[in-house]
Design a protein around this ligand. Structure first.
Ligand code: ADP
Ligand code: MG
Length: 247
């Protein structure tokens, strides 16, 4: 297929689990600098789509191009190195390390936690940590033990750990689940801030939140795209109301 300006071009993607198509000939394009939100009922295939893009699950057929490079079939670490970061639903931070250390060990030079801890913190790493910690709103908590942070702060720290790798495309699966109203507001601001110089794909259910952050919304249903466009457009689409928003 021809080259495109899209950061991500997913074409005819299909994955079957014992004959059941969790993703069914799905085609999706994401622009550079775009903040895309994916919504849809439980079981629609949203998480599976992210699993396919980040290489956790292998596609049955179809193509996933990141900056015109085929990602489908590559190992997860190769996809990370290409510039795709992915946050899972449960945060995986090092609870007994400080915020600073959590960010330091996430800097791409360290191959293992061990290697990264032994690795001396040069100016480059320190500068990156300072940038990231400002983005995630934890500048005052640099020396705090990660385990003592609030639920929301832990989520932001994990986003920060992904930002240490400076991904061009960052994917977040239900990032505000379990957050307070205030934490949700701060997360909306955080995502808008980090989308200024990278692309984001966010899966979310909270429609107020979606409205605040989305450049464009993709509605998934039964492994396919049901509707796509502005929040206004999809919200008023009778098919979307029928399978998702009406409930
Ligand atoms: P969503 O995130 O939209 O709620 P999922 O992507 O988690 O949906 O799941 C889509 C469908 O695929 C569900 O029916 C789920 O049970 C199924 N599924 C996901 N992963 C697997 C797997 N590894 N093996 C079998 N079925 C799976
Ligand atoms: Mg899911």
């Amino acid at each position: 297929m021809s080259n495109t300006d899209f950061v991500l071009a997913v074409e005819d993607l299909t994955v079957s689990f014992d004959g059941f198509k969790a993703i069914d000939k799905l085609t999706l394009y994401v622009d550079r600098g775009e903040l895309r939100v994916i919504i849809g009922p439980n079981g629609a295939g949203k998480t599976t789509l992210l699993d396919l893009i980040c290489g956790k699950t292998r596609a049955s057929s179809g193509s996933i191009k990141f900056k015109n490079q085929e990602m489908s079939g590559l190992q997860e670490h190769r996809i990370v190195r290409a510039g795709i970061g992915r946050k899972f639903q449960t945060p995986s931070i090092y609870e007994n390390l400080s915020v600073f250390k959590n960010l330091e060990v996430s800097y791409p030079k360290g191959r293992s936690v061990f290697g990264a801890l032994a690795f001396t913190c040069d100016d480059e790493v320190r500068a990156r940590i300072e940038d990231v910690v400002r983005d995630i709103g934890l500048a005052d908590q640099l020396n705090a033990e990660a385990g003592l942070l609030s639920h929301g702060q832990k989520q932001w720290l994990e986003i920060g750990m992904l930002l240490m790798q400076d991904p061009e495309l960052l994917m977040l699966d239900e990032p505000i689940a379990g957050m307070s109203v205030r934490e949700r507001e701060l997360t909306a601001e955080l995502l808008q801030r980090i989308a200024r110089n990278r692309s984001l794909i966010v899966i979310e259910h909270d429609m107020e939140f979606v409205k605040r952050i989305a450049h464009k919304v993709t509605v998934m249903h039964q492994g396919k795209i049901l509707a796509e466009g502005s929040m206004d457009k999809v919200q008023n689409d009778p098919r979307v109301i029928d399978v998702y928003l009406g409930h």
